[in-house]
Write a protein that binds this ligand. Structure first.
Ligand SMILES: C[S@@+](CC[C@H](N)C(=O)[O-])C[C@H]1O[C@@H](n2cnc3c(N)ncnc32)[C@H](O)[C@@H]1O
Length: 158
């Protein structure tokens, strides 16, 4: 079971479902959830569950997912890291936490977590498998300058 955090209109959730994953896709926006449910193709409808929730307030179920996938989520830094730890806790033992985002400009980096900082906060219960900035292999989306991603993939030790 995969959790797509802040699924927006559901592109990542669909991608995962089409590769055989059972996916719970969550977004705080009612509009996003409704649109996502609307576009979900019939071929994967039985593998997708859409939910509306603010994951910084209501953490996902603990140890419930074999993949927690967080793409381009502006997760605001907190002194106690409560929301971040809530997302980490959702990963089952032996399974995977994936964070990917565009590297932030210096003006925003003070306010939002970047994957490398999350890697530092994970601690010994996790194996860091990927922690790097990399060039995209596809052109930047229309109207953006996003050509690089910061990527963290970590596995919770069993
Ligand atoms: C930049 S989009 C990310 C879209 C998607 N993950 C992707 O990679 O294309 C940010 C999404 O996060 C959602 N979001 C923002 N804060 C949230 C929160 N606290 N809990 C759940 N979703 C949230 C917004 O509604 C929006 O759909």
């Amino acid at each position: 079971m995969a959790l797509d955090v802040e699924c927006d209109e559901g592109a990542d959730a669909l991608w995962l479902a089409r590769r055989g994953c059972q996916v719970t896709a969550v977004d705080v926006s009612e509009v996003a959830s409704r649109r996502a449910a609307g576009v979900a193709a019939a071929d994967v409808r039985d593998r997708l569950a859409w939910a509306r929730a603010d994951l910084t307030v209501t953490p996902p179920s603990a140890r419930a997912f074999d993949l927690v996938s967080v793409h381009c989520f502006p997760l605001r830094r907190e002194p106690e890291h409560k929301a971040l730890y809530g997302l980490q806790d959702a990963v089952a033992p032996g399974d995977t936490l994936l964070f990917a985002t565009q590297p932030l400009p210096d003006s925003s980096a003070a306010d939002y977590y970047q994957p490398d900082e999350i890697a530092q906060l994970l601690g010994p219960a996790w194996e860091i498998q990927v922690n790097e900035e990399r060039a995209r292999t596809t052109p930047a989306p229309a109207g953006t300058h996003h050509t690089r991603d910061a990527v963290l993939r970590a596995r919770r030790r069993s």
